[in-house]
Design a protein around this ligand. Structure first.
Ligand code: SF4
Length: 198
């Protein structure tokens, strides 16, 4: 057992001894702001990044800057997310929102099932994904049929629908936005936007 564990454990006393140059805790810490200022609790702490089983490179999901992230995993659970120094975009930095990405993944209140509130309903209900996808497809097709325009008021060929639009959020990645734009345009929609562009 070391001296720090048995002798004058209170940090302020160790600091005073270190500044006075007395033997004991904080040897060589003449400013009293180094080792002698650390409590035993702090001594026992370990960063989650040092105990992770593996580290996975990823990209922040929040905005179009696309800062690089390192996702630390232990026992198949995300334990920490930090900036990736190897990213040419962000060079290890994350803004406060990006630095809080871990809660996006691990928050116990995160919704993981489809939630549906039907017209005139007073509460949310669960839907299975297949049912929800069928409902969306039916409504998109019905709206397209009902609002399809071959020509505008001046007789010009437009072949479009103004009946639905897409507004993507910044948590969509490049590939998702590409597919949304591709699908929307193929359906005849012209109002396709993304938060990152606004
Ligand atoms: S939200 Fe912040 S950390 Fe994430 S990509 Fe945008 S600027 Fe980078």
């Amino acid at each position: 057992m070391g001296l720090r564990e048995t002798f004058l454990p209170w940090p302020v006393l160790r600091q005073a001894r270190a500044v006075a140059g007395l033997p004991g805790a904080g040897r060589g810490d003449r400013s009293g702001r180094g080792d002698s200022a650390r409590s035993r609790v702090t001594d026992r702490l370990q960063p989650r990044t040092s105990t992770a089983d593996r580290v996975v490179a990823s990209v922040c999901p929040y905005c179009a800057v696309g800062c690089g992230q390192l996702v630390y995993v232990k026992d198949e659970r995300v334990v920490q997310i930090e900036g990736d120094p190897a990213s040419p975009v962000s060079r290890g930095r994350l803004c406060p929102k990006g630095a809080a990405t871990k809660q996006l993944v691990t928050n116990p209140r995160r919704q993981t099932r489809v939630r549906y509130r039907r017209p005139y309903g007073t509460d949310w209900e669960d839907l299975d994904l297949d049912t929800a996808m069928d409902m969306i497809a039916d409504r998109v097709l019905a709206t397209r049929d009902a609002t399809w325009t071959d020509e505008d008021s001046q007789g010009r060929r437009v072949r479009r629908t103004m009946g639905f639009a897409a507004l993507g959020g910044a948590t969509l990645d490049n590939e998702e936005n590409y597919l949304i734009k591709k699908l929307g345009t193929a359906l005849g929609a012209v109002q396709i936007e993304n938060q990152a562009r606004i």
